[in-house]
Design a protein around this ligand. Structure first.
Ligand code: TRP
Length: 345
């Protein structure tokens, strides 16, 4: 059995970083058909653990993220999309798993450590936030998922999940299934830089190109991209390393698209011209803009369809959630039975 589960916190619209870092991989998996079940979870309950004071943000983004999924081509007939908070079994499982994890173990989780710093939780850590790795173990094990496609920042969560699975099975008998992370193949894609070239594309840094951006927005953002600060005149020699335009071309262009939108036969040829001088930034930016537009146009069209048919989106989520609940409920029954708290069975 291959059961795939992955998810996103609905804290904002999805951007190109999400596309190359996870959505692309999910589409390939979906189209490979090489699995028995495939779940994608909108992790609103986890999103609340660090946004409990702003539930509207989470709520509004549940639909945004669902539309993002559908617009890029996630197919609800192949993939079960669901809303975490509507599967209350996950919360119940979390409660039993809490017995199997120590506070010091949670404190050692590097991803949690980083987030505590980022969010200034140093002085007082909300318990809910502190425990989210345990809740994530519930998300994964509830579906007996063995494959979890994630970015490398999520590896500590997978490790924590497997520790819980091992403890549970040792103490209560073989019940839960171990899982493996599936990392995106392409290293650049895993950490697509923002348009400022400084850090990973991220909403809080304001350096994103969103899947839902209009042509005008994309144009403006591409024109403002970080290139080579020493490449002032067209004749100047330019640097390709660290140049965001070339980074994106590496990820999004093909020989065909380079031929279509530039005077070059390949990206290598274009890079060489830039390195030797004589190729201006506006020119390379226009090539990238056209290539991104070709990629984003069909996504925008699908988005428009779903925005005009919100009830269809809600129905997809409702059905997906119903299926997810059914599966999670079976696991919860197994878990309670293993702990021998299945009183009325
Ligand atoms: N922690 C993930 C993120 O921040 C979201 C998530 C919640 C998740 N539960 C999961 C991912 C289970 C994979 C499996 O993006």
């Amino acid at each position: 059995m291959n059961i795939i589960l992955t998810g996103d916190r609905p804290t904002g619209k999805l951007h190109l970083g999400h596309y190359v870092g996870s959505l692309k991989n999910r589409l390939e998996l979906q189209n490979s058909g090489n699995y028995d079940k495939f779940y994608i979870m909108i992790a609103d309950a986890q999103g609340l653990t660090d946004n409990f004071d702003n539930p509207k943000k989470i709520k509004d983004n549940v639909l945004e993220v669902a539309i993002d999924y559908l617009s890029v081509g996630i197919d609800p007939n192949k993939v079960n999309i669901f809303i975490q908070s509507e599967v209350s079994e996950l919360t119940e499982l979390t409660f039993y798993y809490m017995n199997l994890v120590t506070v010091s173990r949670l404190k050692r989780n590097p991803t949690v450590k980083n987030e505590i710093k980022q969010k200034n939780f140093d002085k007082s850590i909300p318990v809910g936030f502190f425990c989210y790795p345990i809740s994530q173990a519930a998300d994964i094990t509830a579906f007996k998922a063995n494959i979890v496609p994630v970015g490398d920042d999520q590896l500590p969560m997978i490790e924590q999940t497997n520790e819980i699975v091992s403890s549970f099975n040792r103490i209560y008998g073989e019940t839960l299934v171990l899982c493996k992370a599936m990392l995106p193949a392409n290293k650049i894609a895993q950490r697509l830089k923002g348009i400022d070239g400084k850090a990973k594309m991220s909403k809080s840094l304001g350096n994103c190109i969103y899947l839902s951006d209009s042509s005008e927005e994309v144009y403006k953002k591409v024109m403002s991209m970080y290139t080579d600060p020493n490449h002032v005149k067209v004749e100047d020699k330019g640097k390709v390393e660290g140049n965001v335009v070339f980074m994106y071309l590496d990820v999004f262009s093909t020989d065909d698209s380079i031929k279509k939108y530039s005077d070059y036969n390949s990206l290598e040829e274009m890079k060489n011209h830039y390195k030797h001088g004589g190729l201006g930034d506006v020119k390379i930016k226009k090539v990238l803009y056209n290539i991104l537009e070709e990629f984003l146009t069909p996504i925008r069209e699908k988005r428009k369809y779903y925005e005009n048919n919100i009830d269809e989106v809600k129905n997809i989520l409702k059905n997906g959630t119903k299926n997810a609940r059914y599966a999670a409920n079976n696991t919860l029954k197994d878990v309670k039975k293993a702990i021998s708290i299945n009183y009325f069975e």
